[in-house]
Structures are given as structure tokens and as C-alpha cells.
Design a protein around this ligand. Structure first.
Ligand code: FE
Ligand code: FE
Length: 173
């Protein structure tokens, strides 16, 4: 990898997040099928749609900046998604699984918020105004999704997992 300037770094960030978004879309599609809570399922499906738009935005940016449209394996997201896969494969109650899906999705959102935040700064420095605008749109969606997930967790889903815990203990006793 050639990394000798801010322009190189901008390219690296864009190609990395481009790969990440594809992986995230696939994971959201799969997770949505395993989620029980209807509100959470809806949130995952809505964010899947947003993610597809975010991929298109990145393609617009590749177009307008002349940066090669390419997926560079995003190991960070790969790892986060592997952890979520482990959760899906585990012996879990539907309630605990929903709560765990939120934890996984929020890890993803925070990664994205960091990546887009940096890319926005680089776009600004490089005078890439259109790119900056598009990246901000996506960053705002990621932030909104993160907040929505916190709300869903704290206004019911975590509590349901707690209750399912108690029921499990009663059965065990
Ligand atoms: Fe995204
Ligand atoms: Fe996202």
C-alpha cells in the first residue's frame, strides 16, 4: 500500500469502508432473519436499506474523485462480524440474542462513525466538497442508527433478556 500523503490516506479509507459496507449489508440481512423483536427487526431492515444507499454514495464518490473503485478487505469489520456470527451460532434465548444483536450492531456503527469521521476530515482538507457532503450524510445515518439502537436496548430489549434469564434460572432450579 502506498501511503505517502493525505490523498493516499483518503483513498485507503474509502476503499476500506467500501468493503466494510458490503460486508455489513450482508450481515444485516442475515441478522434481521434471526431477530425476534419486531421493532428491532424493522430497525435492522431499515438500516440495510440505508446501507445499500451508502454503498451507492461511495460509488458516486469514486466517480467524482477519480479514485479507483475497489474493495480493500476491512479486517476491523470482518472481526466484528465474526463475533456476531459466533453469537448467532450460540445456544441462546431469542431475548438474549436480540440484545446481543444490538451490541454487535452498535460495534459496527461506532466503527463506521469513526471511519466516516476521518474520511470527512480528509475530504475537507483535499477540497472534495461533494464527497464531504455525501460522507456526512452517511455519518449522520450511522449516528442516528446508533442512537436508535441504544433506545431499543434500554427501552425494553435488555429488560426482556433479563426476564428470560430469570425464567431460565427457575427452570434450572
Ligand atoms: Fe454504513
Ligand atoms: Fe451503519
Amino acid at each position: 500500500m502506498k501511503l505517502q500523503s493525505l490523498a493516499d490516506l483518503f483513498q485507503h479509507e474509502l476503499q476500506d469502508i467500501y468493503d466494510a459496507e458490503y460486508r455489513i449489508a450482508r450481515a444485516l440481512e442475515k441478522s434481521a432473519k434471526h431477530i425476534t423483536d419486531p421493532k428491532l427487526k424493522k430497525a435492522a431492515e431499515a438500516h440495510l436499506e440505508e446501507t445499500e444507499t451508502q454503498i451507492e454514495r461511495l460509488e458516486q464518490i469514486f466517480e467524482s474523485t477519480g479514485i479507483t473503485r475497489k474493495r480493500k478487505v476491512c479486517k476491523g469489520i470482518q472481526g466484528i462480524l465474526e463475533e456476531a456470527e459466533e453469537v448467532l451460532a450460540s445456544d441462546s434465548t431469542p431475548e438474549a440474542l436480540d440484545a446481543a444483536m444490538i451490541a454487535g450492531m452498535q460495534r459496527v456503527e461506532h466503527y463506521e462513525i469513526a471511519a466516516y469521521g476521518c474520511a470527512i476530515s480528509y475530504a475537507k482538507m483535499l477540497g472534495e466538497k461533494d464527497a464531504e457532503k455525501l460522507l456526512k450524510k452517511t455519518r449522520d445515518e450511522e449516528e442516528k442508527t446508533d442512537k436508535k439502537l441504544t433506545k431499543l436496548a434500554e427501552q425494553g430489549i435488555n429488560e426482556k433478556a433479563l426476564i428470560s434469564d430469570d425464567q431460565h434460572m427457575q427452570v434450572a432450579m
